[in-house]
Design a protein around this ligand. Structure first.
Ligand code: HEM
Ligand SMILES: *[C@@H]1O[C@H](CO)[C@@H](O)[C@H](O)[C@H]1NC(C)=O
Ligand SMILES: *[C@@H]1O[C@H](CO)[C@@H](O)[C@H](O)[C@H]1NC(C)=O
Ligand SMILES: *[C@@H]1O[C@H](CO)[C@@H](O)[C@H](O)[C@H]1NC(C)=O
Ligand SMILES: *[C@@H]1O[C@H](CO)[C@@H](O)[C@H](O)[C@H]1NC(C)=O
Length: 538
């Protein structure tokens, strides 16, 4: 019984600054920042699920597989098999990725959903954190116009194999469902809430449950979806109302369908409708559901260290990088993002902090993009995603002072700027080669630091396939960098690396000078391809 907990604790090694790091050397603060960057970017995960009625099979627009509903359902199927009494295993840990072929997971939703998430996976966000972000994004896009969000915690660790079976299904007894929820840490009342909240979206498909839903023989509804309520693409109390008042769809196929599969009725009725009646108004429904979904999302394996709930700061540096001009001058460019209601101002200001506490004076930058960008309602970027108006401000500065150590935005956000050692995006390249990626990474190190005898190495984390799951695993390698040339005050080092095995996900690199200096970790996804056959000549 002690072993799994022990393993979980071992993976939380102390980092150099006393900050807890995971097995990839990533701190909880790096994870939080990555979540903030994802959330304020309407082209990341949220664009896959918005608007709420989006179909997960674009090649088959009449399938009736609603992405938002699948993203909610997967949380249930991943977390319900947790065992709180036993070794504390299971919970939201992406083990569901290894369980796609089980009869209790009938349908394509696991591989489809996790497949949608994999393109955003990196060492910063585990698949189980992405499932959590997916739930928050899904509910926000289905909860228009309020777009309320579940507070997100990060730090979940992915399982490396399948967990126990036992997801209750529509032919199981009430006692079976109650036992499963109890074992996972939920009371009877919480079980009722979870089912009523989940079954506000989507429905039962003939394709997956032919004994529950007859084939509608409808070319507009190819998988034969029979919705739970009259508004399957709105996260609201309609289903609860229709069940209690026996109007509309009367609670849907698991209430009024075949006698042997009325699990929703058995569950809702298990306390004489007391719990479901208490969540029948729009606001009690929403409050109850956000609370129970948060509990499901934070139902993690014992030993997992979750962050505090992440509040996306009003101003962040969403993306940034240092680079060198041919002249040797240093540029710092990127995107500042602000969000608020009413909209953030047309200009943002910031300054660079210098050694000793001074600064280089205030700078002003104009807004570049505003989201939502009405009135093209229907595009992902036009769906309210719960942050009021998001404004991006793109900047590009030539840094005049070598003693710059930080950037301070709107007197509310500060981030370090490390001029000692940095990856050079303008001189680095990445190409697909035989199912792998070949990258040439060049790094600038301040010449005064790179004295003889120092070794420069590149740490690389790349996604690789793992048997039995569509979720990639991240493999780490360290390679030695070689000196290329001097450019201004900097020495340039380079390394050529063959990474990954074609698995989706983002490769991250970090340059290290001995053990004393480390660059920021950079994801290589945005590097341009090298057009020369010999990478070192690019
Ligand atoms: C004993 C408990 C439960 C049973 C027996 C049950 C059963 C089912 C069944 C049979 C379907 C149809 C799937 C398909 O045809 O693709 C379904 C769909 C769904 N379930 Fe549950 N469920 C339960 C609990 C939950 C919970 C707690 C949640 C909340 C996270 C949830 C969320 C969903 C969602 C969102 C869908 C719609 C999926 C879609 O439209 O693609 N379910 N459920
Ligand atoms: C609970 O509500 C359902 C649906 O309206 C109804 O059929 C059932 O009889 C109610 N149960 C009790 C104990 O009143
Ligand atoms: C920043 O500006 C410099 C010229 O000052 C230019 O060479 C460089 O490409 C720009 N960087 C970006 C990312 O736009
Ligand atoms: C899901 O993907 C995994 C990994 O590729 C595979 O082993 C499994 O058979 C797939 N299951 C379904 C139902 O697609
Ligand atoms: C790479 O280097 C880091 C830091 O020195 C170390 O923690 C890690 O274990 C190394 N990885 C491999 C695969 O040797």
């Amino acid at each position: 019984m002690i072993l799994p907990l022990f393993i979980a604790l071992l993976t939380q090694i102390q980092g150099i600054c006393g900050q807890s790091v995971d097995k990839n050397g990533v701190t909880i603060l790096e994870k939080i920042e990555e979540v903030e960057r994802q959330m304020l970017n309407v082209f990341t995960l949220v664009s896959v699920v918005a608007p709420c009625n989006k179909i997960s099979a674009p090649e088959n627009p009449h399938s009736g597989q609603q992405t938002s509903a699948e993203w909610v359902r997967i949380v249930f199927h991943d977390t319900i098999t947790k065992n709180i009494e036993g070794p504390g295993l299971g919970g939201l840990d992406a083990s569901v990725g290894f369980e796609a072929d089980r009869p209790e997971n009938v349908g394509a939703f696991i591989n489809v959903t996790l497949g949608q998430f994999t393109q955003f996976s990196s060492i910063f966000l585990s698949m189980s954190d992405l499932i959590g972000i997916g739930l928050s994004d899904s509910l926000a896009t289905c909860d228009q116009p309020l777009a309320r969000r579940i507070p997100l915690r990060v730090g979940r660790m992915d399982a490396t194999g399948p967990g126990p079976a036992g997801v209750p299904g529509p032919t199981d007894s009430l006692a079976f469902a109650q036992a499963a929820f109890t074992k996972a840490g939920f009371t009877n009342s919480e079980m009722i809430q979870a089912v009523a909240c989940g079954h506000s979206l989507g429905g039962v498909h003939h394709e997956n449950f032919p004994d529950i839903v007859p084939d509608p023989n409808d070319p507009e509804n190819l998988f034969g979806r029979s919705p739970f309520d009259s508004t399957p693409d709105v996260f609201d109390n309609t289903g609860v109302q229709e069940y209690l008042t026996r109007t509309g769809l009367k609670g849907g196929p698991l209430v009024v369908g075949p006698e042997a599969t009325r699990t929703d009725f058995l569950i809702f009725n298990s306390d004489d409708n007391a719990t479901i009646t208490a969540m029948s108004t729009p606001s009690s429904f929403e409050n109850t559901c956000l609370t129970i979904f948060q509990k499901m999302m934070d139902n993690v394996p014992a030993g997992t260290v979750l962050s505090d709930p992440v509040t996306v700061r009003p101003w962040i540096l969403r993306e940034s990088h240092l680079d060198l001009l041919a002249s040797g001058g240093v540029t710092f460019s990127g995107t500042i993002s602000g969000h608020s209601t009413p909209a953030p101002p047309a200009t943002a200001n910031y300054f660079y902090g210098t050694v000793g506490g001074g600064n280089t004076g205030q700078k002003t930058v104009q807004q570049s993009f505003v989201y939502p960008n009405r009135p093209n309602g229907g595009d992902p970027e036009d769906t309210l995603i719960g942050f009021g108006t998001i404004v991006d401000y793109e900047f590009n500065d030539t840094l005049s002072s070598p003693s710059i150590t930080s950037i301070n935005i709107m007197s509310s956000y500060t981030a370090p700027v490390n001029l000692n050692i940095f990856i050079l995006p303008s001189q680095s390249f990445s190409n697909p080669v035989n199912g792998q990626r070949q990258s040439i990474i060049r790094v600038a190190v301040l010449g005064t630091l790179a004295t003889t005898g120092t070794t420069m190495s590149l740490r690389i984390w790349s996604p690789n396939r793992q048997p039995g799951s569509v979720v990639p695993t991240f493999v780490n390698q360290n390679i030695t960098m070689s000196f290329l040339r001097t450019q201004g005050d900097y020495k340039i080092y380079q390394a050529v690396a063959l990474t990954g095995d074609g698995a989706p996900g983002s490769t991250t690199v970090q340059a290290n000078l001995g053990t004393t200096q480390a660059s920021v970790k950079v994801q290589t996804g945005s590097l341009k391809p090298c057009t020369s056959a010999i990478p070192t000549t690019c």
